[in-house]
Design a protein around this ligand. Sequence first.
Ligand SMILES: Nc1ncnc2c1ncn2[C@@H]1O[C@H](COP(=O)(O)OP(=O)(O)OP(=O)(O)O)[C@@H](O)[C@H]1O
Length: 811
Amino acid sequence: MAIAQNTGRIRPTKPKKNAQKQKRKRDDVDANKLQEAVDQIDVKSTFTSFSELPLSAPTEEGLKSAHFSALTDIQAKAIPRALQGSDILGAAKTGSGKTLAFLLPVLENLYRAQCIGADAGLGAMIISPTRELAIQIFEVLRKVGGKGHLFAAGLVIGGKGLREERDALSRMNIVVCTPGRILQHLSQTSTFNVDNLRMLVLDEADRIMDMGFKKDVDAIIEYLPSDRQTMLFSATQTKRVSDLSRLALKEPEYISVHEAASTSTPKSLQQNYTVTPLPEKLDTLWSFLQASKKSKILVFLSSGKQVRFVYEAFRHMQPGIPLLHLTGRQKQTARLEITQKFSNAKHSCLFATDVVARGLDFPAVDWVIQVDCPEDGDTYIHRVGRTARYEKAGRAVLFLDPSEEEGMLSRLEQRRVPIERINVRNKKQMSIKNQLQSMCFKDPSLKYLGQKAFSSYVRSLHIQKDKEVFKLEKYPLEEFAASLGLPGAPRIKFLKADPAEVKKLKNRSRMETAVSESEDEGSDAEEGGEDKSTKKNGVRTKYDRMFERQNQDVLADHYAKMVRNDDKDDVDFGRLDGEQAGDDALFDVKRRIPADSASGSDERDVPAANGYAEETGGEIGGSGPKAINLPGASAPLVLDSKRREKLLKSKKKLLNFKDKGSKVVFDDEGQAHPIYELEDEDAFKARGAPDEQRERFLRSEQERVDEADRADKQLAREKRRIKKERRKERERAEDEGEAEDGAVGDSNEDLLANFAADADGMDEEDEEEEQPKAKRQKKWFEQDPKVSRDEEEREIGTLDELEAEAARLLG
Ligand SMILES: Nc1ncnc2c1ncn2[C@@H]1O[C@H](COP(=O)(O)OP(=O)(O)OP(=O)(O)O)[C@@H](O)[C@H]1O
């Protein structure tokens, strides 16, 4: 198969023309025979191996090289029906091989239809909710289809050049994509023709069909031909009639292989929970890591901020096991690198958000630890499904706060999850609170991360839909803040908001947010999220995007949308009551400014990095720019970009934002006054009319000038006298002979020079003037003055005398 690279760069390879033609001929014959065999499949019979199915030679070859021989349950049931062209709703436990259950029919059905090459157009579209999962599906496609098939296949997930994708799309037969990005191509790429599309696959279909992707999916469907085969797969598949009608499924086959099973999770998965009060969760996690250094562990936390804080804090404490972290906020290349690292690692601990909860097939994960309670039973199932995949063993532990225990256990029971309580051995339990506190004290940036982790966690609790499980008022938040090493709990404000808006926001699940983050917030300007806003706003520049990017280090996009700039409606978190905390509430993070600049006496200081404190109001702290009060600055420094945030690290640059200071003069008592000070008006009037005052002032100034003039003249006279004396002194010295009088002359000159300097400050030029000139050598045309005087006295009379005189001068 001509397959694109898994980085999103699409480079269909070109098989040699002759070989291609011959192969096509063979394939034509094969395809006809295969079609007959497929038509004759008895879908009710039991299949156990791939060899029992009528598959093409290239597919068989691919399966063989990937060492797939026996069919899993879902594959045995779904593949025969899908080969015959039925629409499928496939449900099976995590790690049970659903990917091959839809990839094989895609390869086979397109092969039999000879939907190969650029002329055939796009034959199949496979949609995944996350980029990581799309990449993984693409890899499996490459593994089983890359051996002998001639399809051109590619990945369209954003994070790479739009034009590059656009060019390749027009030649693709199979595309694996994320919803936002493919919709962008459908709406913007004129050469992208989907008229020949035969198959549409939705992996993690329940996720793709829910609120987060609703608009995108509905729009995508509009572009696709209605005469197509549609397949939906998920471990938590639903038969929602609304979804089926949205996708226009035709008499779909509902294949739920584990419906009758007593549990909805793999049998080989051992599941436990431990009741750990929120402030002790990090202690328990640390103790667990210390006891499991030779394991591969996946730790779920509910927000990217928490992931970042726990990762950074634990990293500093050197746990003795390699640590990794993954969130939707990271750049695509970093995410890819981390998933690969964790896949290849033997012993490692990956802290992650729900961005990796679904579909990812990390090999040999020993433990899945859920430090934060999942939002619902489905999320729990997907998270724990990252271990115990395809008949392998695995263990999962859920940390529950006492307030969550009852509610969550009943949800898990409803979802047929067998889970048992275990207790943490007191002896093994370690406390890292003091360590965290001292680390946060020493390292303001860690403390800052801790504050963000705290706020984002509280916000995530607040927006949870299931209030029977998540009762915000029951969590010991002060103690929780202390357990993160913080000196106090950052205060959080809740704002009243439009109920309709809140409802809409609440309907967005956390997973959706994580996923939409992952789609929206890569570094590349042409990613899915950006594309959506492009649609809305028309042309946007790089700077628009830069400023629109929501406070990347602080709050997620959806939180930003929940913040309203309406101070009147602020309600203190401390005073939160049932009504205020109800569905109508939106919230905002309120951080403190230093006590000396804060007006409210009850406010605590929460100094941010570099010793400065943040002040937020309205949208600040939620998503918009932050304002920092610099000591000595007249106005707060607004942090509306990364570049400005960096400023905080440079004292030199910060000086530009501070007041430059003003000049003052000191009176005799040592009191400072501004240089120009307005005097008292009455005192001014008492001194007479302004004109008179002006006259008086001019007169007095004139006298002052005259006096100064006189002094100057006197000084000039004195100088001239000194000069004269010095000249005479010099001449006398010359006359009497330099050798004898040098000493006297020098001493006089010193004396005179000193006097002159004292007299008034003669400047250097004057001083130089006073220095005796060094005796200069005569030029050829100059005469000795003595000689010259003698000569002048001598009269030149005749021509002979004149000639004789000229000869004498020349000689
Ligand atoms: N027929 C098979 N024989 C052997 N291994 C298989 C077979 N089918 C799938 N596998 C392996 O099982 C593992 C899980 O497969 P897959 O990722 O498709 O599961 P899934 O059902 O999609 O899981 P999830 O619900 O978590 O997405 C993979 O490592 C895959 O290679």
